[in-house]
Design a protein around this ligand. Sequence first.
Ligand code: PNS
Length: 162
Amino acid sequence: MQKIAIYPGSFDPITNGHLDIIRRSRLLLDKIIIAVNDNPSKTFLFTVKERTEMIKGAIPASPGIEVESFRGLLVRYAEKKGARFIIRGLRALSDFEYEFQMDLMNRKLSPGIETIFLMTSQKYSYLSSSIIKEIVQLKGCSEGLIPEIVREKLLEKFKNNF
Ligand code: PNS
């Protein structure tokens, strides 16, 4: 039986930290579906289409990796896709409480779905989409932290904001 996992997130925008989690989880599982959350009540810098396209642009087409967007409950989406696993990356202790709460709630909603947590690689442990947005907007150096396509899209977004 194929081991299918959902890697959900806002990805506003995707960073090299996310890409590292995708690469490492693909070594463990047969298929990873990167699922971009389309939540109309949340404010994002990029539209769901832009976030999805950036991920597709950042990841070479590869068997076992798909990129989609989803609305509504994550576990319902996972069930629809036949996924038994959810992947989440953990950076610091500060991530733990929220992730623990989500894991418990997701398991209550759908007991058959397990969340697998991967610890971030040390070199990305201080990285977040929010920090990246600020660094690029303030013309800081983002080398090695985000894919080139993301850097270009961020610069385009902020071109009138400097
Ligand atoms: O990258 P993020 O913002 O930390 O991702 C959070 C995400 C999208 C995984 C989470 O908000 C989510 O699963 N949203 C879908 C709605 C849902 O299922 N909520 C209940 C989770 S307990």
